[in-house]
Design a protein around this ligand. Structure first.
Ligand SMILES: Cc1cc2nc3c(=O)[nH]c(=O)nc-3n(C[C@H](O)[C@H](O)[C@H](O)COP(=O)(O)O)c2cc1C
Length: 463
């Protein structure tokens, strides 16, 4: 089978990406204390650049300086002011060393009600569109999540003897489970109580929303100056921007709630204000859930309309996802692959043909088939890029059989959610990349310069 089509270049705005393989945005918690990029973070991305990805999209970097309750426990990387800048520029420079690998930053105005309380903000509630609590319905778990929940909370065995039975439980029976669940989680993994039962956010004021819109534009502009080739607005998965889009979580009566146009205003203002300051050509896109996949949530038809407005406001590419925390299993982290491609034609049509990035692949055969349908332009690897950073290089070299495949165990996700150092069941190097510079520093422009320098240093008298 020929995989050549995966290695054709493509343009987004004024950026040429050398192939059709992106690394999906993933917060691994590798950032250093207080949101600074760490050496591990840089090594983590550099290894994927060396592995042959044409485009790396960073984890969602938070541009909200207020550190409301929920901001810091996932240990996000920050871009809130110039203290953080130099670490971003160190990282972009290193990624660029690898044969024109490009890097986009995913910028987020915050987690909203999907945050987790932590030490810095125990008494400061998360902001959101309306004071509506998040609640994960655990009957939505897939096999991977079920495995992880059972691992960290052995007490669940009694109430979850069989996932099929559990997932089909009546509302009445589930209510019983709901009553005992917080206690079980509290004993085993207290962080998860808030992930599952969430937080009732306070209603953000209009002044706060406008402030974040303005700040987004300023920080996006800074990101290009720091070497990022593109900026992506983080709008999926139930986080702050999504919670404004969704009628489940947005029940405001002002210009930011009610009609779809009003619910989309926060997102559209961010795009419009940013495009105004960055100029017409830079790569600047949006990630959205193709459908919330929850009763009363935002639908695919509404998302298509939002995509169309985003294009008019100045977005020039789209990155697809689906679902929210309230539907973690079947939605944003499926057990299998190629579940997101179903939204790609909707994004393609509504955006008037702009470049589309579609994640959720494991096998190169599935990825090339999705690309060849023409509805998606770039395939993106999330958990598979954790399992094997060298996926693109192996496919290019005809060594598909050597790919280490992601087994969808959800270990990476659960480690993040429980404030653990992220690990991978099939790749022992995950989280230890910084200790293996030979796997991410060699074969770069930097290495060549250093070798020349060392050559000249040879034979110098000892002092
Ligand atoms: C540990 C982890 C962290 C993630 N963090 C982000 C994030 O910061 N921003 C985002 O848009 N998606 C995030 N995602 C979702 C992925 O980008 C991707 O959509 C999801 O894993 C499904 O794709 P996959 O099947 O290729 O893994 C994360 C996923 C994982 C596993």
């Amino acid at each position: 089978m020929s995989f050549d089509a995966l290695f054709e270049p493509i343009e987004i705005g004024n950026v040429t990406i050398k192939n059709r393989i992106a690394m999906s945005p993933m917060n691994m918690g590798f950032t250093g204390p207080n949101g600074y990029h760490s050496d591990q973070n840089t090594a983590w991305y550099a290894m994927r650049a060396r592995g042959g990805f044409g485009l790396i999209i960073t984890e969602c970097v938070v541009m909200n300086p207020y550190r409301w309750r929920g901001s810091e426990s996932l240990n996000p990387s920050l871009l809130t002011d110039n203290r953080y800048y130099r670490y971003h520029s160190e990282m972009t420079a290193l990624i660029h060393e690898y044969k024109q690998c490009k890097v986009f930053i995913q910028l987020s105005p915050g987690w909203g009600r999907q945050g987790h309380p932590s030490v810095e903000s125990p008494d400061c509630p998360a902001g959101g569109p309306s004071p509506i609590p998040l609640e994960v319905d655990l009957r939505n778990l897939n096999k991977g999540w079920e495995k992880q929940f059972r691992r960290i909370a052995p007490g669940l065995k009694e109430i979850m003897p069989d996932i099929e039975v559990f997932n089909n439980m009546s509302d009445e029976d589930y209510e019983g489970v709901r009553t005992v669940l917080p206690g079980i989680l509290h004993q085993n993994a207290p962080e998860l109580v808030h992930t599952v039962f969430g937080e009732t956010p306070r209603e953000m004021t209009v002044a706060e929303i406008v402030d974040l819109e303005d700040r987004f534009a300023v920080q996006a502009k800074a990101a290009y100056a720091l070497g990022y080739d593109g900026v992506e607005v983080h709008g999926p998965h139930g986080y702050l921007l999504h919670s404004f889009l969704s009628p489940r979580s947005n029940q405001r009566h002002d210009q930011y709630g009610g009609t779809l146009e009003n619910r989309a205003r926060f997102l559209l203002n961010i795009i419009e204000k940013t495009r105004k300051v960055i100029g017409p050509d830079n790569a600047f896109g949006v990630r959205l859930s193709g459908d919330e996949l929850m009763t009363g949530g935002i639908t695919h038809d509404e998302i298509k309309q939002v995509v169309n407005w985003c294009k008019d406001a100045g977005a020039n590419y789209f990155n697809i996802s689906q679902g929210s925390y309230e539907n973690p299993g079947a939605a944003f982290a499926p057990d299998g692959e190629n579940d997101f491609t179903r939204w790609a034609p909707g994004f393609k049509d509504s955006s008037g043909g702009l470049p589309i990035i579609t994640p959720n692949f494991v096998n190169p055969e599935t990825a090339i088939a999705a690309l060849k349908t023409g509805s998606t332009d770039i395939i993106s690897l999330g958990r598979q890029s954790i399992a094997d950073p060298f996926w693109p290089a192996k496919v290019k070299a005809g060594r598909e059989k050597d790919i280490v495949k992601c087994i969808r165990c959800q270990r990476c996700y659960m480690d993040l959610m429980t404030s653990n150092w992220a690990r991978c069941s099939v790749n022992p190097l995950v989280g230890k990349e910084k200790f293996y510079p030979e796997l991410w520093l060699s074969d770069t422009a930097l290495e060549k310069k250093v070798n020349k320098f060392m050559e000249k240093a040879k034979g110098l008298p000892q002092v």
